[in-house]
Design a protein around this ligand. Structure first.
Ligand SMILES: Cc1cc2nc3c(=O)[nH]c(=O)nc-3n(C[C@H](O)[C@H](O)[C@H](O)COP(=O)(O)O)c2cc1C
Length: 377
């Protein structure tokens, strides 16, 4: 059938739109059925008032339609208009750009709700902003859950850390004979207890580190560092563990070029990678640690002769609490946090981290740090 050009207008998400009431009804029904609040404002009128609000917006806020239309949306802020996110929103509206912010808003009965608000300009054919559309998502339940998880984390971490530190110190004194002579079999048991206290302490510290990084509270202390010294520090603190597992180190330090980084944090990454390599190495296995100068970056790598990691497992390696499962891999102790912490440390330095491995052929973990840091956070 030949299209009726008078009744057809431009292509839209619906296909070729017929400018009929039917389509308007479809749109209105869809918007009214949405679970999110949706408002449309008119910036060409004084103070950008709301000219349309869907049912969900009324339900979310507790206001009647007659109390909403004609008002600027700021009425949801009550007296709480000093919010940092409002600056972001104000600039976006001024520049006619889309943005997403999270605001504290208040219902008609005064109840606080967290509003994840998405605002976008609506342009006409001439590129003039004729409306704004705002979509309100009540994320109060999610916020509360996040708060509880974070409170629980810090409570558990701190409540555990102090007694564990004291247990470990006391065990150390007993092991050293400071509390009197102990027979060899008892000494062995004390050593096992000390190692396990150490592992728990490392887990607690990892959780604290991760929390600090996630909340942006971890500050890096940049200084000039030498790559060979960083490798030396990490290797020295893992020598005992390597020996106990019958694993040897080979260092290939192709550069000693100094660069700018946080030495404590870079050593922590090396410690994590070398520690993992020891855990997964066969006895008599060799771990090769390389440092190379790549011009703008210094690249470190740690290669082991362990079981390797299948391609389909590699994507999740740098996620929290992930440990690769493989039928012929010994279950290994560890929090599963080391790699995700390492990735966050690299992100903070503006660096990169990755793995090259095939199942059955060992694994090579690498990371590269910019000589001059591009600081992200
Ligand atoms: C389409 C649209 C929807 C908005 N929705 C909300 C909202 O749900 N809650 C809110 O507190 N502010 C909302 N605002 C922001 C306020 O209307 C206002 O722009 C903001 O408070 C900053 O301006 P002011 O400093 O003049 O108050 C929305 C703005 C627009 C354009």
């Amino acid at each position: 059938m030949k299209p009726d050009t008078d009744n057809h207008i431009k292509t839209s998400p619906f296909g070729t739109l017929k400018a009929s009431e039917h389509h308007l009804r479809v749109l209105e029904n869809a918007v009214q059925s949405a679970r999110n609040g949706i408002v449309i404002t008119d910036p060409l009128l004084p103070d950008n008032p709301i000219i349309f609000s869907n049912i969900a917006f009324s339900e979310l806020t507790g206001y009647e339609l007659s109390e909403i239309i004609g008002k600027n949306c700021r009425f949801l802020q009550g007296m709480d208009s000093d919010q940092a996110e409002l600056d972001v929103l104000r600039s976006a509206i001024k520049e006619e750009k889309p943005c997403i912010v999270t605001l504290r808003n208040y219902k008609k009965d005064g109840t606080l709700f967290w509003n994840e608000l998405s605002v976008a300009p609506v342009m006409n054919e001439d590129g003039i902003c004729v409306n704004f559309i705002g979509v309100q998502n009540d994320i109060t339940a999610r916020k509360e859950a996040e708060r509880q998880v974070s409170e629980f984390h810090s409570m558990v971490s701190h409540e555990l850390r102090t007694p564990l530190t004291s247990i470990k110190a006391s065990l150390g004194l007993v092991e050293d004979g400071d509390a009197g002579h102990i027979p060899a079999p008892a000494k062995r048991l004390i050593q096992i207890a000390t190692q396990n206290a150490q592992r728990l302490l490392k887990l607690v510290d990892d959780i604290l580190d991760l929390k600090r990084m996630e909340s942006g509270k971890l500050q890096l202390n940049f200084t000039i560092v030498n790559p060979d010294e960083l490798v030396e520090d990490a290797v020295n603190s893992l020598n005992e563990l390597a020996k106990a597992n019958g694993v040897s180190f080979e260092k290939e330090i192709a550069t000693t070029r100094a660069f700018c980084a946080d030495p404590e944090r870079v050593t922590q990454v090396l410690f994590n990678l070398i520690g993992n390599a020891i855990k997964f190495s066969p006895s008599n296995g060799k771990i090769t640690i390389r440092v190379e100068d790549e011009g703008k970056q210094i690249r470190f790598s740690v290669k082991d002769e362990g079981p390797g990691i299948a391609q389909d497992q590699q994507g999740k390696l740098f996620h929290k609490f992930s440990q690769v499962d493989s039928s012929d891999t010994r279950p290994q102790p560890g929090s599963g946090l080391g790699l995700s912490i390492s990735k966050k440390i690299l992100d903070l330095h503006g660096g990169e981290i990755g793995v090259v491995s095939r199942h059955g052929e060992g694994a090579l973990f690498w990371f590269a740090l910019p000589v001059v840091p591009k600081v992200n956070g």
